[in-house]
Design a protein around this ligand. Structure first.
Ligand SMILES: NC(=O)c1ccc[n+]([C@@H]2O[C@H](COP(=O)([O-])OP(=O)(O)OC[C@H]3O[C@@H](n4cnc5c(N)ncnc54)[C@H](O)[C@@H]3O)[C@@H](O)[C@H]2O)c1
Length: 334
């Protein structure tokens, strides 16, 4: 199959989204959301390069996640192969020099092409405001921003040359709306919004789409983040499988999907768009003064004094989690 064969947009007719003939690279795919991506792509025919750190216990504080023995890039590859799929592991810190290039080269070496990259690797932990230092900020920036950038930059020339590619970045509702005790994480995820938008603009005339998925799903990372609220994690584990996030990533990564520069929050068997909006514009004749702005404040703010706490309980998917968890708790046998 040539690049041109698989680059031709296929029918958008209803039917299963197939990735036969495609090669997909997923970072941080040894567990959690990344593992769900890798399994889902492989199950639909893609050859998958599964990246994670060499030691599955690294990259995050210890926390609960997944069944024993299913973690780590090699375990995920074994799982894919047992199911009849095609996958190889590539171990390495995606933000370290040369690793992303080697990852892309491995994909070409094993499967002869790359069509999709999912930049999923990420870290998080509770960091109180007083604990934020330049080192901590750098640590989060390194994994999220440098790691994503390194992967995109390593694959970009290949995608541009073949005139086709799908890039899915991994942001977070916290990066758009803020989250307490998460400044380094929200700053790094916020930066990925800019990266996604700019690459989407750059990719538009090269056949490359770039979109973000913001997961809301059971994982070690989510367990750590909700450590002080075990009832919340219990609900997440019960009703927010990582497979919901994979469903959205697969849609974004499919050849028939042409949307670009968008972000979708996914989880709890639901998906919703997250969009940065522009509001009403206040115009004046002559030079704008602070008093003009004060006079027009209601127009600019929509009458609000503060934004809703969309980083937490007010978000549609968080409300859905609460509702779903309550409904399934009632359904469960006593
Ligand atoms: N689970 C959620 O609810 C949630 C919410 C918002 C965003 N996210 C994002 O989703 C992505 C996946 O997170 P998850 O919840 O599955 O967490 P997770 O901790 O279960 O998995 C993350 C994986 O990334 C790997 N990783 C970390 N640093 C790496 C590096 N430098 N190079 C290669 N691999 C690395 C880890 O080893 C781990 O296997 C992350 O980017 C995270 O920030 C998750």
């Amino acid at each position: 199959m040539t690049a041109a064969d698989v680059s031709a947009p296929s029918s958008t007719a209803p039917g299963p989204l197939s990735f036969a003939g495609r090669t997909v690279v997923v970072t941080g795919a040894g567990r959690g959301v990344g593992r769900a991506h890798a399994l889902a792509f492989a199950a639909r025919g893609a050859a998958v390069v599964v990246n994670d750190l060499p030691d599955p216990a690294d990259g995050q504080d210890e926390g609960a996640d997944g069944a024993e023995g299913t973690e780590g890039a090699e375990a995920v590859v074994a799982e894919i192969r047992r199911a009849g799929g095609r996958a190889v592991a590539h171990l390495g810190d995606v933000a370290a020099p040369g690793v992303a290039e080697a990852l892309v080269e491995r994909a070409f070496g094993e499967f002869g092409r790359v069509d999709v990259v999912v930049a999923n690797a990420g870290i998080d932990r509770i960091v109180r405001l007083r604990e934020v230092t330049a080192d901590v900020l750098t640590e989060f920036f390194r994994v999220h921003v440098l790691g994503t950038w390194a992967l995109c930059s390593a694959v970009w020339p290949h995608l541009a040359e073949q005139g086709y590619g799908r890039i899915v970045t991994t942001t977070s509702a916290a990066g758009y709306f803020g989250l307490a005790a998460a400044l380094p994480y929200t700053v790094a995820k916020g930066a990925l919004h800019g990266l996604t938008q700019t690459l989407a603009l750059e990719g538009a005339r090269r056949g490359i789409t770039v979109n973000a998925v913001a997961p809301f799903a059971a994982s070690r990372l989510a367990a750590d983040r909700t450590r002080s609220r075990p009832e919340m994690y219990e609900a997440i584990e019960r009703v927010a499988p990582p497979a919901s996030v994979a469903a959205v990533a697969l849609w974004l990564a499919h050849e028939s999907t042409t949307v670009t520069g968008m972000a979708f929050e996914a989880g709890v068997d639901a998906v919703g768009r997250i969009a940065v909006a522009t509001g009403d514009v206040l115009t004046v004749d002559g030079a704008l003064t602070p008093e003009d702005v004060r006079a027009g404040a209601a127009l600019l703010t929509g009458g609000e004094v503060t934004v809703p706490d969309l980083g937490a309980a007010d978000r549609p998917l968080t409300r859905r989690l609460t509702e779903r968890a309550a409904a399934t708790a009632t359904d469960r046998p006593a």
